[in-house]
Design a protein around this ligand. Structure first.
Ligand SMILES: *[C@@H]1O[C@H](CO)[C@@H](O)[C@H](O)[C@H]1NC(C)=O
Ligand SMILES: *[C@@H]1O[C@H](CO)[C@@H](O)[C@H](O)[C@H]1NC(C)=O
Ligand SMILES: *[C@@H]1O[C@H](CO)[C@@H](O)[C@H](O)[C@H]1NC(C)=O
Length: 430
């Protein structure tokens, strides 16, 4: 495996913020490990309903330089009594500052979706499969037309195609769908892969992936489909393998996938973007929910997972992975949450590391920009709410997003409702 080369040594405020939060998180963990215990076997969606502390006055911003005294600043210019050594971290502490944007609500998708997938081809936005809830997955494609701002079409996916955790890519007419999870809850994956001709709406099988993967990073790059990372068969273990297949006009030009240079870090739910000679892989996580052993319905049960904001780049000159500046915070479930505009990768929402005290999942409400001219990240705006697995498009100056699982409200970043809402805002990159 190639040793990643660090290209930049950013001593930016962003990386300081990360270090700051990491330290804070560690402190919080150490102090409160015994006070708060999260259930490790809660259900994926119902986990969000276990939260009991929504109205607690959590005003303290973590400050690692502050010494543990008996009073703390309550953020409103006054002091409040501390009860012993406990100190609360705001449930929203990981939100990064960013401009509020005016968002306009557009027609909702015909169905709500979590872990759906999308591909934009000009003004047409194809939205694939996904969970309606843990016990129901979709088996169809919804199509939105950015020119008329309406959902204009719906058609079925092949019976053998996965329903979530797909790899998707397009050449501008054909859409390639690779592997993924077949069925509800935390069922097993399939190697079955397909191409869709969006002009005729005809599907064709592709050679199956050498091994099944959940949510592998997938992109069409220089005539080859590249598929890497993701989770292995048990849905949890990160895969490092990287395969490619030559394709043209929706057909494989080879019988078998080819081995490529493995990715330095595996795991699902990352953004994968090809820009000329460079392939970028951004964010994601290691570990994921797994089927409960022996459960006849493959009931999802929570397992340890680590979210990260790492950015890797493969340059076709030497085919070695390089490490670029990391995202302003760890971010996962962003595989279709990005667009590429004016040499910048724009990412909407996602899910970050669990709260260090409550152990609850925390969603992301920021819009991030990775400017490839300067190779720097910034937070350029905020979504109407925090949400993961957004499906994002860009058309005629408008940034659109739809679908995913949103938060419980401005003060509570935990996941709750699966939505099909669509929103847009005018994007101005300066
Ligand atoms: C903590 O208390 C000590 C002694 O009362 C004081 O000197 C110090 O400034 C206090 N620190 C903070 C952060 O309030
Ligand atoms: C953290 O606390 C120290 C000491 O109380 C203070 O000087 C500093 O400004 C605080 N930092 C932040 C980011 O609030
Ligand atoms: C992209 O750049 C063009 C040319 O400079 C500019 O007109 C346009 O507004 C930019 N797009 C965005 C979304 O900022």
């Amino acid at each position: 495996m190639a040793v990643p080369t660090r290209l930049h040594h950013p001593h930016s405020s962003a990386s300081k913020i990360i270090i700051f939060f990491c330290l804070s998180a560690f402190l919080g963990l150490a102090l409160f490990a015994n006070l708060f215990r999260a259930s490790l076997s809660s259900n994926y969606l119902s986990i969000a309903t276990n939260w009991v502390d929504t109205n607690a006055p959590l005003l303290l911003v973590p400050n690692t330089t502050a010494t543990p005294n008996n009073t703390i600043n309550n953020g409103k210019g006054g002091k409040v009594e501390r009860r012993g050594p406990e100190r609360f971290l705001s449930s929203t502490f990981a939100d990064l500052p960013g401009p509020e944007w005016p968002w306009e609500q557009m027609p909702s998708a015909p169905v709500p979706r979590l872990d759906g997938y999308s591909v934009q081809i000009k003004n047409m936005f194809y939205v694939f499969a996904g969970y309606a809830h843990l016990d129901h997955v979709h088996s169809h494609v919804d199509v939105f037309d950015f020119d008329v701002n309406k959902w204009v079409d719906v058609f079925q996916i092949p019976k053998e195609m996965a329903n979530s955790h797909l790899g998707v890519a397009t050449d501008g007419r054909y859409i390639y769908i690779i592997s993924g999870q077949y069925g509800t809850q935390c069922r097993g994956p399939t190697t079955a892969s397909f191409s869709l001709d969006t002009a005729t709406k005809k599907w064709k099988p592709l050679p199956p992936l050498p091994a099944p993967r959940y949510a592998p990073a997938t992109q069409l790059w220089k005539g080859r489909l590249h598929v890497m990372g993701g989770s292995k068969e048990n849905r949890h273990t990160p895969g490092l393998d990287h395969w490619s297949l030559a394709v043209k006009d929706g057909e494989a030009l080879e019988q078998k996938w080819r081995d490529e240079v493995p990715i330095p870090r595996g795991g699902p739910h990352r953004a994968c973007v090809a820009v000329d000679d460079r392939l970028f892989v951004i964010g994601g996580q290691e570990g994921d929910f797994m089927a409960k052993p022996g459960s006849p319905i493959f009931k999802c049960s929570r397992r340890h997972e680590v979210v990260y904001g790492d950015v890797y780049m493969l340059d076709d000159k030497d085919m070695k992975w390089k490490i670029l500046p990391a995202m302003p915070k760890p971010n996962s479930h962003i595989e279709c949450s990005w667009v590429f505009v004016n040499n910048s990768i724009i990412i909407t929402g996602g899910t970050t590391e669990k709260h260090p005290v409550t152990k609850r999942m925390m969603l992301v409400g920021e819009v991030f920009r990775f400017d490839l001219d300067s190779m720097t990240w910034s937070v350029i705006g905020r979504l109407p709410y925090r949400i993961k697995t957004t499906l994002t498009g860009f058309w005629d100056g408008w940034l659109y997003f739809t679908s995913g699982q949103r938060d419980r409200g401005p003060d509570n970043p935990q996941p709750r409702k699966v939505v099909g809402e669509m929103w847009r805002t005018k994007l101005h990159l300066t």
